[in-house]
Design a protein around this ligand. Structure first.
Ligand SMILES: C[S@@+](CC[C@H](N)C(=O)[O-])C[C@H]1O[C@@H](n2cnc3c(N)ncnc32)[C@H](O)[C@@H]1O
Length: 320
């Protein structure tokens, strides 16, 4: 099947947020798009000002799709295959010490989800893969080799799935008959194990298990922590980070990081690792975050759960 083109979410809001007073990118400045995808944000930033964008994506397919934009924008666009968690090193290797803005649009693209061969979705049958980078341990490796208890913990923690123990038990029983190698078989095992979702929740019973495996395979939460810390270091005073997340696990991390570094959350959170920011380095631009309006949700249902959080880098030693 052919992959859908990714529709950028909260695009106007992200681009505006990258500039002081929400006035957007400015001429001569440098921005990082840490999740290039189909290039929706990158293109809009490059159109908004005569600036330079360093665009990073860990997926070789996304990088291969950058040719049109590279032809159009020449040296104003620098495309890098890598992880945004490594952005400090990636930028410093290219001689860049500070930037004016960093944006991250977390999670997977429509191209990745809709391509059966990538194995991200229970809606299509494909190999149980889920590796954004197309290298390393796949989801099949995890479900076929992890012991039952850690597998249950993984599904519980990264999928926020209350029935994780039952699911892990069913996976271990099924793989004793034959290795689990396809998305359709895993989805069927999960559906059989826990039955349809009750109450008002009408999501597929396999949703949370697939989310958990994807997060684990790609170390997505570790990447968020490293990416935010790198962005904070790279931003020049007055520079901004604009981060879009799609589920509560991501958003909680972003919110916590920004609050902590804005001096609002000094004791840390019960659910997250302790951090030790003492002097505030960030100012919260959107303390509550921003969601999409009704028109965007109607045009792009995938935008429904998106949340944008923006913070501005303070000069060292300035009170928030
Ligand atoms: C939601 S899409 C971004 C879409 C993009 N904003 C656009 O307008 O087309 C997320 C992209 O980020 C990439 N990605 C996810 N985690 C990453 C990481 N840690 N480092 C680099 N790229 C990552 C994925 O491969 C995917 O292409």
């Amino acid at each position: 099947m052919s992959a859908t083109r990714h529709q950028p979410v909260l695009l106007a809001e992200v681009v505006a947020a990258l500039g002081a007073d929400n006035l957007g990118p400015r001429d001569g400045a440098i921005y990082v798009d840490g999740t290039f995808g189909a290039g929706g944000y990158t293109r809009a930033i490059l159109e908004a000002a005569n600036c330079t964008v360093f665009a990073i994506d860990r997926d070789p397919d996304a990088i291969a799709g950058a040719d049109d934009l590279l032809r159009r924008y020449g040296a104003r666009l620098q495309v890098i295959q890598g992880r945004f968690g490594d952005m400090l090193r990636l930028l410093r290797e290219r001689g860049i010490e500070t930037v004016q803005g960093v944006t991250l649009d977390l999670g997977v693209s429509s191209m990745q989800i809709d391509e059966a061969a990538r194995g991200f979705s229970f809606r299509f049958d494909g190999p149980l893969d889920m590796r954004m980078e197309q290298a390393g341990e796949s989801a099949a490796d995890l479900v076929n080799h992890m012991a039952e208890r850690p597998l249950a913990d993984l599904i519980f923690t990264f999928g926020e799935e209350k029935k994780a123990r039952r699911i892990a038990k069913a996976i271990v029983a099924a793989r004793a008959l034959a290795p689990i190698t396809t998305t359709a078989r895993l989805a069927e095992i999960v559906r059989r194990a826990i039955g349809p979702a009750g109450g008002a929740e009408r999501i597929d019973p396999a949703t949370r298990t697939f989310q958990a495996l994807r997060i684990a395979v790609n170390d997505e939460l570790g990447e968020i922590d490293r990416g935010l810390a790198a962005a904070e270091t790279l931003l020049a005073p007055g520079g901004r980070m604009a981060i879009v997340s799609f589920h509560s696990l991501e958003d909680r991390r972003v919110k916590h990081f920004m609050r902590e570094h804005a001096g609002r959350n000094p004791k840390g959170s019960r659910h997250l690792p302790e951090t030790t920011a003492s002097v505030p380095t960030l100012r919260l631009v959107t303390p509550q975050g921003i969601g999409p309006g009704d028109a965007e949700i109607a045009a792009n249902p995938r935008a429904r759960s998106a949340r944008l959080r923006v913070a501005e880098r303070l000069a060292d030693g300035v009170a928030a």
